[in-house]
Write a protein that binds this ligand. Sequence first.
Ligand SMILES: [Zn+2]
Length: 446
Amino acid sequence: MQSSKLTQTLSFGLNIDTGSADDLQTGCIESRRIRNETNRLDRQGWDWKELKSIVVDNANHVKNTSQLIVDKALGEIKTYHDNKDDGWGRPYPYINGMYPMVMNHKEGYRLFLEDDDTVRFRISAAPRNHVKGELRGSPDHFDRVRTALENDDWRVGTAEVVYKHDEWRLHVTVTHKNHRVTSKNDADTIIGVDVNEDCIALAAMNRDGSVMDSVVIEYPEIKEQRHEFFTKRKRMQKAGQTAFESVVQTEERDYIHDCLHKVSRRVVEWVSQFNDPVIVFEDLKDMRDSIDYGTRMNRRLHSLPFAALRDMVSYKAAWNSIPSDDVDPEYTSQRCPCTECQHTSRSNRSKKRFKCRQCGFQDHADRKAAVCVVQKWLKKQDGNVPSLETLPRVWKVRWAASGRGGATDSHGPVLGSGVYRHGMSAQDSQSRVREELKSVASAVLD
Ligand SMILES: [Zn+2]
């Protein structure tokens, strides 16, 4: 069975205090020149070894950085050659946009753990031109980069400087030296995931297209709390109480962080019961860069849990050797999953209910979206989608937070009304929840 090392990419904003954003831009323009030169010489039929040595010698970057940029450009050409029979296009010989600076830790860039709350960076935008400052990012990514810097089992690897969403960012890879993750190609069970503001839907399917089980974990509390925090902060802004605002921000950030951790643990527990699973998400890569808490929170109020929850689930899954993958999210919520129908229309969906306007198929809208995610993955992997058998009953499980910092909440778990209490043992709670949720489940389908 194939496997690969446990590697994560962490994304940070840059608060620059020495040097400037212009230096980073100059560095990325030089990257682009290196990339374009590599493509030009490749087209002229140069031997790659020779090509690399001449391009690196003429580049205005730390030598190791130039080598990595050439490797990245050659990698793109290699991918094209490997896939050209499937209709992949050749990389453009000349690009106008930015090209990332790719750097090795302790060569082209370096991270320093200053204290519990501060990680500083030094980036060589050119030889002897250092840009320095502090990293900025989600608490989760901070936890991981801190672990990687402190712990011998981890290695801080290459990083890329990129310009995205109107700002300069650093994407850092960290790798666990021994831990390995199973290859997704060997998966027997495909778990489709549909993340929403108020719930996460999971559908477990095997390779012949039948749905083995599914669950919708609801967390209306998180949505409500976020709206509450949002209103609270807006009120403070209006009243000019800016000092209190940051307190609320921290409180909110910790609360959300804590909730998402608990929900993601539940998800991975559920996934772990299946044989060789792979977890498949909708590709929301661009959203990953927008998980900055704090001031940007307002604008991102609705998008935040998608990226953060997804990130935490795949991280915890990787620790259980379970791989994750992505598919293109287009139409997963609108398309009919019946293989012979596949009617795609916005009007098929009405809130939590899916009803195909063409063939009349009905289902819980989010569970159906999770099924469509698996179908897309099967299509990507095997080239076709096996026909959909009868869907099992939808299990709805309500997740309730137990108050901040793990303390038991005053209103506590309400099992009688189908609330999933996260403090219970998995087996115990699962059977009880099933019993209690039957009525809820049939109500959904009828
Ligand atoms: Zn249909």
